[in-house]
Design a protein around this ligand. Structure first.
Ligand code: COA
Length: 335
């Protein structure tokens, strides 16, 4: 059995900054409301006519990660791509990355676990490396949310939260059994699927039927979120996922050098920080700048924290996520 470790990180966000003040021109909201409830000050939204899509942004982040890992495109053995906003309904975005990056005809797997997408993807990649099947796996999370949000008063409870962006990590074989991914912990509870969802288009509600109904009040193709319900479950499940990871490795909360929570809401991160008694320098948040970028959020935050020198050799790094499904999980890493 081998261990796996992250050898390269990269992220890409569109240039276009959308502030809370900008949102007030589109819908009935305020900077005060958004900051008080979510901590978000601004987010990046792709501008109309841009070449950027989830796959294009994923490819941009991937090029940086591959270079930082000291690899070339031909060293990549497998692709895992997490997104809820793929360029096509099918095929998935993984094959687009293979083409855009001009990789060998390696396997490409798409992961649909929304905000937990990166944690699930990393866990899957870790298993492939542990068994010796692959040496270097490209793991990408990317979201193009802004194209699918309801930017009217009707959508304000959801739209103000989400941002666009992409992150990529290279997971590589590591001969040192005390380093790299120590364990991962994955959970789901499908009975809450409808609390955070986009219903259409789906086989039950397919495009011709939507068009035929010509119903302007149909909101089923915009994201729906029962915010308060999601918030209550998030704080519990984030904590459970972290405890599962700590217990599995006989660690205490005080052993955590860096917690990178999925950037769902700054209030959720602060709740978790307080619960585990962590100092500000033990938790990394950047939702203030980017909003919630779903499958990309942890990897963007991890890349940024690493670039700022906040993650050092031998640090215990905890990644934790919760989101639509509901799904949640954690990954414990010794850097
Ligand atoms: N601007 C101004 N007012 C808004 C608003 C906005 N963008 N969105 C909603 N409101 C209003 C509501 O209409 C409601 O008004 P009312 O009291 O007159 O009915 C009021 O603000 C409170 O709405 P509510 O939804 O109860 O607010 P909240 O305190 O639960 O905060 C969230 C809303 C979305 C910020 C919060 O529930 C949350 O963060 N949930 C978790 C989100 C999350 O993590 N999602 C991703 C999971 S991965």
């Amino acid at each position: 059995m081998y261990n796996s470790k992250i050898t390269g990180l990269g992220y890409y966000v569109p240039d276009n900054i959308v502030t809370n003040a900008d949102l007030t021109k589109m819908m009935d909201t305020s900077d005060e409301w958004i900051q008080e409830r979510t901590g978000i000050q601004e987010r990046r939204w792709i501008v109309e006519g841009s070449e950027d899509t989830s796959s294009v942004m994923g490819a941009k982040a991937s090029r940086i990660a591959i270079e930082r890992a000291g690899l070339t495109k031909d060293d990549i053995d497998f692709i895992i791509f997490a997104t809820l906003s793929p360029d096509y309904y099918f095929p998935g975005g993984g094959v687009q990355l293979q083409e855009m990056l001009d990789l060998k005809t390696v396997g490409a797997l798409d992961v649909r676990n929304q905000c937990s997408g990166f944690v699930y993807s990393l866990s899957v990649a870790d298993q492939f490396i542990k068994t010796g099947m692959y040496k270097n796996i490209l793991v990408v999370g990317a979201e193009f949310h802004s194209g699918g949000l309801d930017k009217t008063d009707r959508g304000r409870g959801v739209t103000v939260i989400f941002g666009d962006g992409a992150g990529a990590a290279i997971l590589s074989r590591c001969e040192d059994n005390n380093k790299g991914i120590l364990s991962s912990h994955l959970f789901s509870e499908g009975k809450h699927a409808q609390e955070l969802t986009v219903i259409s288009p789906s086989i039950k509600h397919w495009v011709p039927a939507i068009l035929a109904a010509n119903d302007e009040s149909d909101e089923s193709y915009f994201p729906y979120m029962n915010g308060t319900f999601v918030f209550k479950h998030a704080v519990v499940r984030f904590s459970e996922a972290i405890v599962a990871g700590l217990q599995a490795n006989s660690l205490q909360a005080s052993d955590i050098n860096m917690l990178i929570p999925h950037q769902a809401n700054l209030r959720i991160s602060q709740f978790v920080q307080k619960k585990f008694g962590l100092r500000d320098d033990q938790v990394y948040n950047n939702i203030m700048k980017y909003g919630n970028t779903t499958a990309a959020s942890i990897i963007i935050a991890l890349s940024e924290a690493w670039e700022k020198g906040k993650i050092k050799d031998n640090d215990i790094v905890v990644l934790a996520a919760f989101g639509s499904g509901f799904t949640w999980g954690s990954v414990i890493i010794r850097w």
